[in-house]
Design a protein around this ligand. Structure first.
Ligand code: GLY
Ligand code: MN
Ligand code: MN
Length: 435
């Protein structure tokens, strides 16, 4: 659990980095699915990172400089709406419960913003993320500018608040890592459950249901992204999410699924045989991907470059592709020509955190950035073999990815998702366990 004081400290740190000016950070809107039905509500990650406040229709205004302060705008109490939609804090209770200096009804935002921006040097805002918010911000600025003849100074600069926040979010603290560890454990249990329930004749959606069942029964609020449950050749479609196919004897099943727990994502992929035993050809490709993943995880340590795990994985994958007859030539030659991209067309990972593809630059000053303790990334090499005349037929429709979540530590790294089986032996044993 993230303590109230942690959110206060984050606001304090952000204000320090701003030095002066006012940041405006709205949460996400509720989104209509169709007619009276809404998508399940998910707060904005930046807003939640700074507040812990999960209601829609809320905005954080953070004032930096000599008289700093944090102000929440949120929905008012409303006895009738609360009968229909449930509890809402209202400004007063939210201020006390979440440690803001002030809180006001969201309906007063447009009226109060020009006053809050008067005589401030900068507005920190994410211009361009949402045109309706952009128009409101321009309205506040113009309202301040209209007062210049009365001696008011309008902000001269609009700065992207996310540049500062991305760097803060990239380095996770102990409580964030603990939440991510738990999200990873729950997701690993879901993959184990999927392994127990997979068998020929079942449908991909039945296995998806087992994943969701485990996520929710363990207290995770939602999947962190649309689960991919892809049997046979469907595994060669990287973003396959229809999950409607039937599982066939002799096929592999690729599952890419992770839960979101208290705002933090897990992201795991496992690939296992529908009938419980890898065929010789499947095992050949699987062992290559597994070795590539081990090499990549071995390259995760503080001081290593972001690109090191990818390079380590590629070397092993390309050697494997040559050994299996998928590519010809030398490792360096295939790396140089990019022939491997026919079978491996994505990178080996991404930052992971509140968002599954989390924030944070991958390069700094033109160089891949160095890994630091507190960063969390995925390591997810794969090999996807579509039928083609020049590809050995025994490998057709084999699509394999193995993905773990790895936290960089002071000493090296911690694989948060280690409880999800991945050696051939461990997977086959997990599949044999009673459903
Ligand atoms: N599940 C999304 C990804 O692996 O990047
Ligand atoms: Mn991923
Ligand atoms: Mn994934």
């Amino acid at each position: 659990m993230i303590e109230l004081s942690t959110y206060q400290q984050r606001r304090h740190r952000l204000a320090e980095q701003m030095q002066a000016g006012v940041a405006v950070i709205p949460t996400a809107p509720e989104r209509s699915r169709n007619r009276d039905s809404q998508y399940p509500y998910r707060f904005d990650s930046y807003f939640h990172y700074l507040t812990g406040f999960a209601e829609p229709d809320a905005v954080l205004v953070l004032v930096a400089g000599e008289t700093p302060g944090s102000i929440l705008f949120c929905r008012e109490k409303n006895a009738e709406r609360e009968v229909w939609d449930g509890f809402r804090y209202g400004p007063e209770a939210a201020r006390d419960a979440f440690g803001f200096d002030e809180a006001h009804p969201i309906a007063r935002l447009d009226e109060m913003m020009p006053r809050l921006l008067a005589d401030q040097p900068s507005l920190f805002f994410h211009l361009g993320a949402d045109s309706a918010w952009d128009a409101r911000a321009v309205g506040w600025l113009n309202a301040v500018r209209a007062e210049v003849r009365n001696g008011v100074v309008a902000p001269a600069a609009i700065r992207d608040v996310r540049v500062l926040l991305d760097e803060m979010r990239l380095i996770k603290d102990v409580a964030e890592i603990a939440t991510m560890r738990r999200a990873a454990e729950i997701s690993a249990m879901a993959h184990r459950r999927a392994m127990r329930h997979a068998r020929p004749g079942r449908h991909e959606y039945e296995i998806e249901a087992e994943l969701l069942h485990e996520f929710r029964r363990q207290g995770a609020q939602a999947p962190a992204y649309s689960s991919i449950v892809a049997g046979g050749g469907n595994a060669c479609v990287l973003h396959y999410v229809s999950n409607g196919g039937m599982l066939r004897d002799g096929d592999l099943l690729l599952i890419d699924a992770g839960c979101e727990l208290d705002g933090y994502a897990a992201d795991i992929t496992r690939t296992f045989p529908v009938n419980g035993r890898y065929s010789a050809a499947q095992k050949d490709v699987y062992e290559v991907v597994l070795a590539a993943q081990a090499a990549a995880i071995g390259a995760v340590a503080p001081g290593a470059s972001w690109e090191d795990p990818h390079r380590a994985a590629l070397k092993v994958l390309v050697q494997g592709m040559i050994d299996l007859g998928l590519c010809t030539g030398s490792v360096d030659g295939v790396l140089e020509s990019g022939d491997y991209k026919r079978f491996y067309m994505h990178k080996t990972g991404h930052w992971l955190g509140m968002d599954v593809h989390d924030v944070g630059d991958y390069k700094r000053g033109g160089e891949w950035r160095k890994l630091e303790a507190g960063m969390v990334l995925t390591v997810e090499p794969g090999c996807y073999i579509r039928p083609a005349g020049d590809v050995p037929e025994q490998f057709w429709n084999i699509g394999i990815r193995i993905e773990d979540d790895v936290a960089v530590t002071e000493q090296g790294c911690e694989v948060l998702t280690a409880a999800a089986p991945k050696t051939v032996r461990d997977v086959e044993a997990a599949m044999g366990a009673a459903a």
